[in-house]
Design a protein around this ligand. Structure first.
Ligand code: UDX
Ligand code: UDX
Length: 439
């Protein structure tokens, strides 16, 4: 099937490459000229393990194309996925300006039946607004033919985790499709048939809610674990054992119970905000989710307080930071906890040195007055302490003896419990994890 993808970011590019890999012919488009130029040279514009290789393969097989305009991509496609950004507004609402703009452009170039699919995470009832935008902007000839307009709208939310997005696409727990017509249902079932996975069919609004609810529930699990970690530190319990003991209960499950410095990324913070706002506007005060958000903010503040408490004077101290991206295996810095934490430490006069295996280019656009190093040991050299903010595998294979020798003092604050099993105390470090009950 010929498929269009509008928006080639972390969601759109992965979706387009993977849809072509399961047999479809995919036409991607993006309004960022620089990004499009790079993509047309066959170069992936984001870091995602395996993406560049798969993209190169699909371009070679003539199953993946990058078009100049929405009109071009739309004319070549039967189904068009909208995967443009839905950033948060100041009040927490999702900004749907881009989504509306794309819907309008698809309508204006409509020359035959199209299925327009929401891939971007959007608040409930957005599907109806997209439908209306298209109706209003259809070329005259369709309006003259009366109300049987040549399109359907559907919702098909993504559940891709950055760093494992291709695997998540190819082995989904489920595909969710929100449809209002049999034709739309059949087209989407055909698209995902090669994946041989469970397909949840519902209406558009329910599909939109499934996405927000899933991300919000995962964020709730994380905040619950983080709240527990604060209690563990105060009562002398070990969060790792607590969450291990909880996780064997099939009703709870072990995943997304890792306490740390909180959730970041372009999804959880934005989707929690948007879901709270959507609920408020629908007449429900989502206090539970507000507490999840507050707990996430408090977790970062508690980590900074721990550093202040143990390092004593922050002003003038050299703090070495390992990891900047919001999670490992990505270069994505959006809402990374490192931004808040480093900003607070710099405000207190700390001198920050940092290294991240993938996110340095993105980080250089965000942080000012920071020294960017090329490896762990350069960060550790003459530092008064090390602070782990992203649990990259690369940081697991360090020579602790060498680390200790180059540091001004052997003190480590582990925001992701990366070194939970390395017994750093026995190696002469002052080690502080999250929720290990040793504070
Ligand atoms: C983001 C959120 O992460 C995701 O939760 C939401 O569902 C969609 O928005 P992501 O792919 O991460 O998805 O966003 P981003 O990396 O910003 O990519 C959006 C792309 O759309 C960008 O490449 C941008 O240039 C492009 N775009 C934006 C258009 O092509 N047209 C527009 O009008 C606006
Ligand atoms: C998330 C959802 O998992 C995915 O289904 C959705 O499509 C997009 O949003 P992503 O944001 O890419 O994916 O990464 P994820 O692995 O979910 O981590 C999100 C944040 O939570 C990261 O900052 C991570 O460090 C944090 N996290 C995750 C924890 O703090 N503890 C955990 O146990 C898991």
């Amino acid at each position: 099937m010929n498929i269009g993808i509008v928006g080639t970011g972390y969601v759109g590019l992965v979706t387009g490459v993977c849809l072509s890999a399961i047999g479809h012919t995919v036409y991607c488009v993006d309004n960022d000229r620089e990004k499009l130029k790079t993509l047309r040279k066959g170069i992936a514009t984001i870091y995602e393990p395996g993406l560049q290789e798969l993209m190169t393969k699909q371009i070679k097989k003539k199953k993946l194309f990058f078009c100049e305009t929405i009109k071009e991509a739309s004319k070549k496609s039967l189904v068009i996925f909208i995967a443009v950004g839905t950033p948060s507004k100041k009040n927490g609402d999702a900004d749907l300006t881009y989504v509306e703009n794309v819907a309008r452009q698809i309508a204006l170039s409509m020359d035959s039946y199209k299925l327009i699919v929401e891939k971007s995470t959007v608040p409930a009832a957005t599907g109806r607004r997209i439908e209306n935008t298209i109706k209003v902007n259809l070329p005259k000839k369709f309006k003259e033919r009366g109300h049987n307009v040549p399109f359907d709208v559907a919702s098909n939310p993504e559940f891709l985790r950055e760093g494992s997005a291709i695997a998540d696409f190819m082995n989904p727990d489920r595909v969710v499709i929100g449809v209002e017509s049999k034709k739309a249902e059949e087209l989407l079932k055909e698209i995902y048939k090669p994946l041989k996975t469970r397909i949840v069919v519902t209406n558009i609004t329910s599909a939109e809610i499934i996405k927000h609810a899933s991300n919000s529930f995962l964020a709730t699990k994380i905040s619950f674990a983080n709240a527990l970690s604060q209690i563990c530190d105060k009562v002398g319990a070990d969060i790792l054992k607590v969450t291990e003991g909880m996780g064997y209960d099939k009703r709870i499950g072990p995943s997304f119970l890792n306490a740390g410095i909180g959730f970041g990324g372009s999804c959880f913070p934005k989707d929690v905000d948007a879901f709270i706002r959507l609920s408020e506007k629908s007449g429900y005060d989502f206090n539970l989710l507000k507490a999840v958000r507050l707990t996430n903010e408090e977790q970062k503040a508690a980590f900074v307080r721990l550093i202040e408490d143990k390092l004593w004077i922050i002003k003038g101290k050299k703090i070495g930071v390992l990891g900047l991206a919001f999670k490992p295996n990505t270069d994505d810095m959006r809402n990374a906890p490192s931004v808040d934490i480093i900003t607070r430490l710099q405000a207190e006069g700390a001198k920050i040195k940092a290294y991240d295996p993938q996110a340095m280019d993105q980080a250089k656009k965000i942080f000012k007055g920071m020294t960017f190093c090329q490896n762990v040991y350069a960060v550790a050299k003459d530092s008064d302490c090390l602070v782990v903010l992203t649990e990259w595998d690369e940081f697991r294979q360090v020579d602790f003896k060498r680390l200790k020798n180059v540091m001004r003092q052997p003190m480590i604050f582990d925001g992701r419990n990366l070194y939970k099993n390395d017994h750093l105390d026995d190696l002469g470090f002052e080690y502080f994890g999250i929720g290990r009950g040793v504070v």
